[in-house]
Unconditional design. Structure first.
Lengths: 341, 748
C-alpha cells in the first residue's frame, strides 16, 4: 500500500509548508476561525447611579445570604457585620432584620467546619436580645444536638458552648420543648459514655465511662449537663408579680384564664405533627421531667458520677457539682409511690 | 452549588469511611461510636424533615453520607438500627422535594439493606414500586426500574420465589385493573415483559397481567400488552440463545498447547484444571435440555373471550381512538388467537370486507391478518365473499403486478387453511394468471394451482389437474374433505414397523427350528419382550441426540401437565402446523399404492411401549419406503409442515411473490454491492486472510517464507556465481515457466 507515486504525493501534501511571499499577507492556517464581528452600536449596561447608600436592613439581608458562601472568611465577615449591626442598633428600635429571619439562617452554622466562623456565631447569638430566642429554641436545640453528636470533636465542644448560652437565655423552653428533655439526656449519656448497657453480653466486660477520654472535655460536658439539669429539675424562680394577682378585685386569677403570651401555646397537643413517642414527647411539667429522669437516667448518672469522683481533681470537682444539682433537683421527688399518695 | 471543599485537617476528624471500616471489622468495640453517629443521623433526619427541600451542601457531613454510613453497617447493629429502614421509607415519601442525590442514595441504601437481608424483598418492592409509577423524574424512574428488576432477579436466582412473584404480580394486576385509562399501567407491562424475557415469570399469571394490559383503555398500555403477545416469546428465545452463546471464552486447545511449552508449575497445572472444569460445565449446560416454556398465547385463559373482547373493544368499536398502527397490532393479535386456538369470531370476517381494497393503507397487513384468522372450522360461506372481493379488487389485468401478486398470494394463504372457501369458476379464472407476463403474478398463480392439485383437484379444469391428481381422482383415492372433518391421528409408518417385527419374529423361530407361523406361546413372548428391553438403546452410531431420552431438570421449570382449572388448554408448544389436508393426501397416496390391502389401524402403538431403538428403526423404514420424499412437491410440503403453528403470517410474506419480478435499478444494485464493505477499504485477499487468522487457521509455507525476516535468509542465499550448473538450469527453467504463466503468482 502507498507505493505508487500518486499516493506518496498525496501523503506529502499534508505536510508541505506554505511559502511566505514578500508583500503578501501571510496565509491563514487551515484551522483558522474568523472571530471578527460587526456592530452598529455599543451599548453599555446600566449602572446604578443612586447617591444614597443601601439601608442597613438591605445590607443585613445581603450578608444573611452570604452565610452560605463557600469561603470561610466571607462567612465569618458576614457574621461579624451582622453582629455589629445588631449590637449597634439603638435599644428602643427594632433590629435591622427580625430574629425570626436571622436565626434560621445562622443556626446551620453551628455545624460549620471552621472554628472562626463558629466563634463569631456565638458572639452574634449573644448579641441577640434574649427575649426573642425562646420562640426558636426548639430549632436551635436540634442543631445544637446535631453538633453535640458530631464526628469532629471541636464541633462537639463548641455545641456545649451554644447549649450553655441557650440554657441561659431560654432554659425553661429548652427543657420543655418536644424531645428537649429525654433526647438531650440520652445525648449527654452518650457523650459521657455513661450508658447502662442492658443488652451487653455476659462475656464482654466493658468499662463504664470513657477510659482515656480528654478530662477537660469531660469536665466541660459535665458542667453543661449540670446546667441542663438545673434548668430542668430545679423549680423556676419566677417571682410572681403581686400586682397581677392582687388588685383586680372582682376578677381573681385572670391571668390563668387568659391566652398565654408564648407563641404556639398548644404545641404540646401536637395537632399537626407526626405522633410522638416517649423520647420526642414534650415534658412541660417539672414533675414529669423528674419522673422521666428517674426512670431513664438517674441510675446511670449516679454510677457515672461515682466513677468520676474517684478520678479526683478537676473531674471530681465537676462531679461533685453535678451531684449536688441532681440531689437538689430530685429532693422533692418521691417516686411512683409518692405520686399515688 | 458545588460541594464545599473540605480541608485536610477536617477530613481526618470527620472521616466516616474509616469509621465504617472499623465498625465492620469489630462491631462490639465501636458500638459507642456508632451509637453517636446514629444519634447524629437521627438529629439530621429531624432537621431535614422540618424542611425536606433544604440542601445541606455546606455542612461538613451531609445527611446522605450519614445514611450511607448507617446503611453499610446496619447489619452489625440490628438493635440500634431497628427503625432505620422505616425512616428511609418515610423519607422517600418526600421524593418529589428531595434533592436528587439524596434520593438516589436512599434508594441505593434500601437496596443495600435488602442485600444484607435487613429488609425483605417484598417490603423493598412495595416501597419502590409506588414511587416508580408516581415520580415525574426520568432519572429516578430509570434507577427504580433497574433496581426493581434486579431485585426480582436476585430473589429468584437460587430458586423461584413464588410468594414474592405472586405478590408483585397481584400488585401489577391491580395497577392495571383499578384504573384502566391511566398511563401508569405501562410499568406493569414493562416489568412483566422484562421478567418474561428473562424467564423468571413463565406462568399463566404473568400472561393474565398482559391480557389486562391489552384490554386497557390507554393506547400505550394496549400496544405494550399486544406487542408482548406478538413478540414476547421470540424475544425470550433470542435472549436465551444470546446468553448461551455469549461466553465461549476459553480455548482449551490453546491452553493445553501453552502448558506443553511453558514452564511447568503447580499453579499452571491448577489453572489448566480449572479451565477444563469450566469448559466441561459450560458444555454440560449447553447440552442440557432447556426448560420447557409455554408460549404466552398458550397460557391464556379463555382465549375465545379474550379475542372477542379485544375485537369488539379496540377494532370493531367505532369509538375507539386507536391509531391505525395500533389497530393493526390488535388485529394481528386477534387473528393469531383465532387461527391458533381455532376460535369462532364470525363478525371478524365481515369486518374485513371494508378494508380489502388496494388503496387501503398497509393493506398487506390486513390481508395477512385475514389469512391468519382463517382455519378449517371457519364456515366457507363466510369466507367466500371475502375471496371474491380480493379477486375483484386486486386480481385483474388492470391492476399493478405487485397488487395482483399480493392478492393471489393472500387468496392462496386463505385457501391453504380453508380449501372449501373456493368455487371452481373463480379458481379457474385465477389459475389462468399463471400465463401472465409478470413473474410475481406467475408464481402466485402457480402456487394456487399446485395447492388445489393437492386439496381439491376436481375444482380445476381437466388439463390443469396434473398427473398425480388426475390418477388419484380416477382411482377414487382423492376424496374431498368435508367441512369440519378431522383427520385420525396416527404414527406415520407404524404398520411398516409392525410388519418388520413380524418378519424378525418369524426368522427367529425358523432359526430355533419351530414352525414359522405357529401362534406364539407365552414364555417365548416373554423372551422376545426381554430382548427388546435389552436392546433399549439405539446403537451409538445411528443415534442422534433427538431420539435419546431427555432428563428434565427437577430444579428447573415445573411442568404442569395436570388438567387443573387454570391451565385448561394443555399447551402443545410448537405443535407442527397440522395441515390435515396435506396429511390426508399422503394417506391417500399410501392407499393408492396398495389399494387391495385393507387398512386397519395398527395396534402396535397401543399395546407396546416403543423403545428408542424401535423409533430409530421406524425412522429408517419410513425413509426406505418413501421414495417420493425427494420429489420437489414433497420437499415443499415438508417446508410447510416445518412452519410452526405459533409463527405468525406477516405482511412481508404476502408481499413476497410481488417482489419476485421486480428489477433493481442501477443505484440499488450498486448500493447492494457496496453494502458489505462500506467502511472497510481493504482488498478481498486481506479480508480473507484476516478471516482465516480469526478462525485460528495457520498460514501456508509459502506465506511463512515470504514473511521471514530477511536477515535470517541471508546465510542461505548464495552468490549467483557460485551456483552449480543444475541450480542455474533450474532457475532458468523457472524463469521461463513463470513467463509463460504470467508472473510469480500467475493466474492459473
Amino acid at each position: 500500500m502507498g507505493s505508487s507515486a500518486k499516493k506518496k504525493k498525496e501523503k506529502k501534501k499534508d505536510f508541505q509548508k506554505a511559502k511566505l511571499k514578500v508583500g503578501k499577507t501571510q496565509a491563514k492556517p487551515a484551522n483558522y476561525t474568523d472571530t471578527s464581528f460587526k456592530a452598529k452600536a455599543i451599548v453599555l449596561t446600566q449602572q446604578s447611579l443612586s447617591a444614597n447608600a443601601p439601608t442597613v436592613a438591605a445590607q443585613c439581608a445581603h450578608h444573611l445570604s452570604m452565610l452560605t458562601h463557600k469561603s470561610d472568611t466571607q462567612r465569618k465577615e458576614s457574621l461579624a457585620y451582622l453582629t455589629t449591626a445588631i449590637s449597634s442598633s439603638p435599644s428602643g428600635q427594632p433590629l435591622p432584620q427580625p430574629p425570626a429571619v436571622i436565626l434560621p439562617a445562622v443556626q446551620r452554622l453551628i455545624l460549620d467546619g471552621s472554628n472562626g466562623v463558629r466563634q463569631q456565631l456565638l458572639r452574634l447569638l449573644q448579641a441577640l436580645p434574649a427575649g426573642e430566642i425562646a420562640n426558636h429554641s426548639d430549632q436551635l436545640l436540634l442543631h445544637t444536638r446535631a453538633g453535640m453528636t458530631h464526628l469532629a470533636s471541636d464541633i462537639r465542644v463548641f455545641a456545649l458552648d451554644i447549649l450553655e448560652w441557650l440554657l441561659g437565655v431560654a432554659g425553661g423552653e429548652v427543657v420543655s420543648c418536644a424531645g428537649g428533655w429525654v433526647k438531650m439526656l440520652k445525648c449527654f449519656l452518650g457523650l459521657l459514655g455513661w450508658q447502662n448497657e442492658t443488652a451487653g453480653k455476659w462475656s464482654v466486660t466493658r468499662p463504664f465511662g470513657k477510659a482515656g477520654g480528654d478530662t477537660k472535655v469531660q469536665v466541660k460536658q459535665m458542667m453543661a449537663l449540670a446546667t441542663f439539669l438545673r434548668a430542668g429539675l430545679l423549680p423556676l424562680q419566677t417571682a410572681i408579680d403581686p400586682a397581677v394577682g392582687g388588685n383586680s378585685f372582682p376578677l381573681w386569677q385572670t391571668e390563668h384564664h387568659l391566652l398565654s403570651e408564648r407563641s404556639n401555646v398548644y404545641a404540646h397537643l401536637n395537632l399537626f405533627g407526626a405522633p410522638r413517642d416517649e423520647e420526642a414527647e414534650m415534658y412541660e411539667d417539672r414533675e414529669d421531667r423528674q419522673r422521666v429522669f428517674h426512670v431513664r437516667a438517674e441510675s446511670a448518672i449516679t454510677a457515672g458520677l461515682e466513677q468520676a469522683t474517684k478520678g479526683g481533681g478537676e473531674l471530681g470537682r465537676a462531679a461533685a457539682q453535678l451531684r449536688r444539682v441532681v440531689k437538689d433537683g430530685m429532693a422533692d421527688f418521691h417516686g411512683e409511690q409518692g405520686m399515688i399518695h | 452549588m458545588g460541594k464545599r471543599k473540605v480541608g485536610a485537617l477536617e477530613k481526618v476528624d470527620a472521616d466516616l469511611a474509616s469509621l465504617q471500616y472499623r465498625c465492620r471489622r469489630d462491631p462490639q468495640s465501636y458500638r459507642d461510636d456508632f451509637q453517636r453517629q446514629y444519634d447524629q443521623y437521627k438529629t439530621y433526619l429531624e432537621l431535614f424533615l422540618q424542611n425536606p427541600s433544604s440542601t445541606d451542601d455546606n455542612s461538613l457531613i451531609s445527611l446522605r453520607e450519614q445514611i450511607d454510613f448507617v446503611a453499610h453497617v446496619a447489619d452489625s447493629y440490628p438493635s440500634i438500627t431497628a427503625t432505620f429502614p422505616d425512616d428511609l421509607i418515610k423519607l422517600l415519601g418526600h421524593h418529589e422535594e428531595l434533592e436528587h442525590e439524596t434520593r438516589e442514595k436512599i434508594v441505593g441504601s434500601l437496596v443495600l439493606l435488602r442485600n444484607k437481608d435487613v429488609i425483605t424483598s417484598e417490603l423493598l418492592l412495595r416501597t419502590l414500586f409506588p414511587i416508580l409509577i408516581a415520580t415525574t423524574s426520568k432519572a429516578l424512574r430509570q434507577l427504580l426500574f433497574s433496581k426493581v428488576i434486579s431485585d426480582l432477579r436476585t430473589s429468584n436466582s437460587k430458586s423461584t420465589n413464588h410468594r414474592l412473584n405472586k405478590t408483585i404480580q397481584t400488585v401489577l394486576h391491580n395497577l392495571l385493573t383499578e384504573d384502566r385509562s391511566s398511563p401508569k399501567g405501562i410499568w406493569a407491562v414493562k416489568i412483566t415483559r422484562e421478567m418474561w424475557k428473562r424467564q423468571i415469570w413463565t406462568d399463566a399469571k404473568a400472561v393474565e397481567i398482559m391480557k389486562e394490559a391489552a384490554l386497557a383503555d390507554n393506547e400505550k398500555v394496549i400496544a405494550g400488552g399486544v406487542r408482548f403477545f406478538l413478540g414476547g416469546d421470540k424475544e425470550r428465545e433470542e435472549a436465551a440463545e444470546e446468553s448461551s452463546d455469549e461466553d465461549d471464552g476459553v480455548d482449551m486447545g490453546k491452553l493445553r498447547h501453552q502448558a506443553g511449552i511453558n514452564k511447568k508449575t503447580k499453579k499452571k497445572e491448577r489453572e489448566l484444571k480449572k479451565a477444563a472444569a469450566t469448559v466441561k460445565k459450560k458444555e454440560k449446560k449447553k447440552t442440557a435440555p432447556h426448560a420447557l416454556n409455554f408460549s404466552a398465547l398458550h397460557l391464556l385463559h379463555d382465549p375465545q373471550g379474550f379475542a372477542e373482547t379485544l375485537f369488539s373493544k379496540h377494532v370493531q368499536n367505532s369509538k375507539s381512538k386507536l391509531t391505525l398502527d395500533t389497530k393493526i397490532l390488535v388485529l394481528q393479535l386477534v387473528s393469531r388467537l383465532v387461527g391458533l386456538h381455532r376460535l369462532t369470531v364470525i363478525s371478524l370476517y365481515s369486518w374485513f370486507l371494508k378494508y380489502l381494497t388496494p388503496r387501503q393503507q398497509s393493506v398487506t397487513a390486513f390481508l395477512a391478518c385475514l389469512a391468519q384468522s382463517t382455519h378449517n372450522l371457519v364456515p366457507p360461506d363466510v369466507l367466500e365473499p371475502l375471496i371474491q372481493k380480493i379477486a375483484n379488487e386486486f386480481v385483474s389485468e388492470g391492476s399493478a403486478s405487485e397488487v395482483c401478486a399480493a392478492g393471489l398470494n393472500s387468496i392462496r394463504e386463505i385457501c391453504v387453511r380453508q380449501p372449501l372457501a373456493m368455487n371452481d369458476t373463480l379458481l379457474q379464472d385465477l389459475v389462468d394468471y399463471r400465463k401472465s407476463k409478470d413473474k410475481g403474478v406467475q408464481f402466485a398463480a402457480r402456487g394456487l394451482l399446485s395447492l388445489y392439485r393437492e386439496v381439491g383437484a376436481e375444482l380445476l379444469k381437466r388439463r390443469d389437474r396434473g398427473k398425480d391428481a388426475a390418477m388419484g381422482l380416477r382411482s377414487g383415492a382423492h376424496q374431498e374433505r368435508r367441512f369440519g372433518e378431522e383427520e385420525v391421528g396416527e404414527i406415520e409408518g407404524i404398520e411398516l414397523l409392525e410388519k418388520w417385527k413380524e418378519e424378525e419374529r418369524r426368522k427367529k423361530r425358523i432359526e430355533a427350528g419351530l414352525p414359522a407361523d405357529a401362534p406364539t406361546d407365552e414364555d417365548e413372548e416373554e423372551g422376545n419382550e426381554s430382548d427388546d428391553w435389552n436392546n433399549w438403546d439405539v446403537a451409538s452410531d445411528d443415534s442422534d441426540s433427538s431420539t435419546g431420552w431427555i432428563d428434565v431438570d427437577p430444579e428447573g421449570e415445573e411442568i404442569n401437565i395436570s388438567d387443573s382449572e387454570d391451565e385448561k388448554e394443555r399447551p402443545a408448544k410448537k405443535a407442527k402446523l397440522d395441515n390435515e389436508v396435506l396429511d390426508a393426501k399422503k394417506e391417500n397416496k399410501g392407499k393408492s399404492e396398495e389399494p387391495t390391502e385393507a387398512r386397519k389401524i395398527s395396534k402396535l402403538a397401543s399395546t407396546r411401549i416403543l423403545t428408542p431403538a424401535d423409533l430409530a428403526k421406524l425412522q429408517e423404514l419410513r425413509l426406505a419406503s418413501n421414495i417420493t420424499a425427494n420429489m420437489p412437491s414433497q420437499k415443499r410440503r415438508q417446508a410447510l409442515a416445518a412452519r410452526h403453528a405459533d409463527d405468525p403470517l406477516t405482511a412481508a410474506e404476502i408481499e413476497a411473490p410481488g417482489l419476485l419480478g421486480k428489477r433493481n435499478t442501477k443505484e440499488e444494485k450498486i448500493a447492494m454491492a457496496k453494502a458489505d464493505h462500506e467502511n472497510d477499504h481493504r482488498s478481498t485477499t486481506a479480508r480473507r486472510k484476516e478471516k482465516k487468522q480469526a478462525e485460528g487457521k495457520s498460514t501456508t509455507n509459502k506465506e511463512k517464507a515470504r514473511k521471514k525476516n530477511f536477515l535470517m535468509t541471508l546465510g542461505k542465499a548464495k552468490g549467483k556465481q557460485k551456483r552449480s550448473l543444475v541450480d542455474v538450469r533450474k532457475t532458468l527453467r523457472g524463469h521461463l515457466d513463470r513467463q509463460k504463466r504470467g508472473g510469480k503468482r500467475g493466474n492459473r
